[in-house]
Structures are given as structure tokens and as C-alpha cells.
Design a protein around this ligand. Sequence first.
Ligand code: NAD
Length: 489
Amino acid sequence: MSSFWTEGNMLIDGRLVPSESGETFDNVNPATEQVIGAVANATAVDMDAAIGAARRAFDDTAWARSPEMRVRCIRQLHEALGRFADDLRATTVAEVGCPVALTYGPQLDSPVAGLPWVADLAESYEWETSLGLAEPFGMKTHRIVRREPVGVIGAITPWNYPVQINLAKMVPALAAGNTVVLKPAPDTPYGATLLGRLIAEHTDIPAGVVNVVTSADHAVGQQLCEDPRVDMISFTGSTATGTKIMTAAAPTIKKVFLELGGKSALIALDDADLGSVVTSAAFATTTHAGQGCANTTRLLLPRSRYREGVDALVEALKGWPFGDPTDPSVLMGPLIREEQRRRVLGYIDKGIEEGATVAIGGGVPDHLPTGYFVEPTVLTDVDPDSTVAQEEIFGPVLAVIAHDGDDDAVRIANNSRYGLSGAVVSASDERARAVADRMRTGTVNVNGGVFYGMDVPFGGYKQSGIGREMGVAGFEEYLEIKSIAVGAR
Ligand code: NAD
């Protein structure tokens, strides 16, 4: 692998700049616990400047009114991302701790490959639709529906898939004609500052259209939610933070778009091929060490095949390759930080306290003394109402629950405050579809299908969020609708 790339400056009003205070914070590699570099620690003054720049760029430049310019700039960004993919890949592995294998998919290459789709959409989009002539109250009128950008977007993102989420928010927002202030998670700042550098050095995006503000202080994100010059907040993160964001945005009646937590269920129906169920469950548990909002972290097995399923899963996870994320054969890396590891281990203890059994894993691996690793862990005999079946653990911990048929499986799957994702496996596509259609979630995989794609809307029901990211629906989140009535003579 090539050596990784760092960028300690923010992007504010077209310039790569340090914090006005001169302060920085460290970026730590979760696999080695080593500092890989420092990044600007923004203050309220920096955030204020970024918001001001985004406001001016929206109000005073041609950006909001020129789809052609936007499409050209997004294609330039796509080209630059392709050119520097390997530098960005190494940085992503170093700061996120994800296996390099994941960067060839959802951590990097897949979202980058989606940019031309967004540019094509903006190019062919019907910005105005005619509703034709009518005579409301006897007044002859031509009616037109026009779509316009919302304005200044505050994008606040988490650390688990930083490049993917930064692009999934920023690119559709830009294509729609908005300007953006991006505030990434403090754990993974380079996934945003490097985008800032590419934008500044390799695109014609006007100064102020994109601003990247890094800070170790969550209050700087809160400021973005409160400032009246910001028109909309696009947030991905935990449901607890989502509540705070809605509250902070309420006094200025900002549009809020929220992608939040999940506790998704993988349902095996009684005719399912347990081999494919076990493979899916093992990957769902270990992919990015369970630090994915849509990982299926509850496995619902038919009661009659429960032991058979658990034994096969334990067997599969025994030899699971986890460890150094730069090793291409590794399928699972560490958690993002020590605090997160303590939280995950605390959940395992809580599960045991509430009656669950650890079938495999359950602790810190002896052979990996450095890095924030937790073993792939399977909890069996889990009560569907218990803490480990209800709360998002965000670690490699699977809760296995028995069900008594299709209706019972649907009931257990829907027994959650979340509604982000899910999966169903059955020998019959028709039966699996019938179950999938009853799941109260924003996405469902049926018999091994994969929903991910820049053209596929992604988001949650219930406390998993409001709105959709990606797809045409994700693009339209960033548009206002204006109805224009022109009197006909
Ligand atoms: P988090 O909620 O702790 O932080 C997310 C972002 O919010 C960070 O940038 C953080 O600095 C900022 N923030 C924190 N407090 C804030 C405040 N009061 N005001 C404004 N900004 C604030 O989430 P995390 O730990 O970074 O990420 C993990 C969570 O993200 C999980 O719950 C996961 O399910 C969720 N997630 C959801 C999706 C989805 O698409 N639904 C995708 C990825 C992650």
C-alpha cells in the first residue's frame, strides 16, 4: 500500500487554512494507537467564517443558478478522486481502522463510482414542470412548478464510513445548487479535509461553495444547527445526537434530514439454506467490526433449527481473519477508540447479566494487545426485549433470537425503536418477499440481494431517521419547491 495522505487544514472560503486559534487535535490510528497527524481544531470564529462564506457563495455567485457549472465541477471532483484513490485509500485505512478490503467497496471505491450518476441526474433533471393552463377563481393562469436549491446546507457526519457519507451528502447537495459547510467527526477528519484539498486544487468549485470545518468540540457542530444563515442540516450519526440536532435547529425552523442508528434483523425462515444464512450473519457481525448502521445485528433463527444455526455460526467465526487492517486478507479491524471498546464490552456484560450466553468471543483478543480490538461475539438465548436486542451496540456483537414462524419473526423484527434495515432468507423468493414487505424498515435485502448504490434511496423508518440519502429521493431532499402562477392574457 502507498503511504497515507494527510491534510491538517480546513477549507474556508476557498482557502486551506488552520484554525484562527492555531490549535490542533490529534488523529489517532485505532489499529496501532499511534498519532498519524494533527488537524485544525476550529473555534466558533472559524465556524462563523465558514457559514458566512457559504451564505455569500449561495447568494452572490452563479452556483445556485448554473446546473452546467455544477455538473462540470462534480465530474472534475470524480476525476480527482480517481487520480488520488490510492492515497485516500491508505488514509482511510489509517484513520478509520477499516480493513483495506472494504475500501474497494463501500468505504471508498463504490461511493466515488457513484459521482457520475449524480452529475447525470443533475444534467437531465426537470428543474421546471408545467402544470398547464387552468382557471382558478375564473383567472386564466399558466402554472409552473420549479425546483430550487434549499440554500446553505450544514452537513454533520460520523466516523464509521467517512468518505462515503461525506460524498453521499455533499455531492447531491452541490448538484442541486446548494452550498455546504461540512463538519466531520473528530475521529476521522482527513476523510473530509482531503476532499477539501481536492476541491480547492482540482476543481473550479467557486470559493465558499464548499467549506470543511474540523473540530474536537461538538459545540462547533451545534453552532451550525443554530445559526440562522444555515437553511438545512443534513446529519448522520446516533439517534441521541439526532435528537439534539433537531432541538438546536428548531428555533430557526431549519429543515432537518437525519440518518440515525439501527438494530436490524436478519430473518432465516424455516426453509432457508442455513449455510448462506450463517455466511451472511458472520459478515454482518464482522463487517467494519459491527460499526455500520445497517449491519444486521440481530439474527432470528427458526426455533427448530436454532442449535444447528448457532453451531454453524460459531464454526464459521472460529477462523475469522481479524487484525491488521492493512492486510488484504483481513476481514475485520478494530473499533474506533478505547471508549467505544469499553462501551461494547459493557454491552456484552449486560447481555450475560440479562440471561444471554456467549457462544464465541466476548472479550479482547489475546493476540492483539495493541489497537482497540474486540473478538467477533455471538450471544445466544437472547430475550427479544433485553438490552442487547434493543440497543445499538456498534461493535462485532450478534444477538441470536429464536422465532416460531413467519408471523412471529416479523413481530420480533419490528419490535424495535429503529427501522433502518433488515434481511430475509428463504428457499422461496415469494415467501421472503412477503416477509420483507411487512418489515418496518427503509431497506431490506432479500435472499442475498444488496441494496447499496448511489441510485438507491437509503434511510430509516421510526427512530432511524427522517428522509432519504442517495437516489433521486436523496437529491430532492436538497431542493425546495416553488409554484409559480403566471396570469394568461
Ligand atoms: P455521533 O452522533 O456521536 O456523532 C456524529 C456527528 O455529530 C459527529 O460529527 C459529531 O461531532 C457531531 N455531534 C455530536 N454532538 C453534536 C451536537 N450536539 N450538535 C451537533 N453535532 C454534534 O455518531 P458517531 O459515533 O460519530 O457515529 C455512529 C452513529 O452513527 C451510530 O449510531 C450509527 O448508527 C450512526 N450512523 C447512521 C448511518 C445512517 O445512514 N443511518 C450511517 C452511519 C452511521
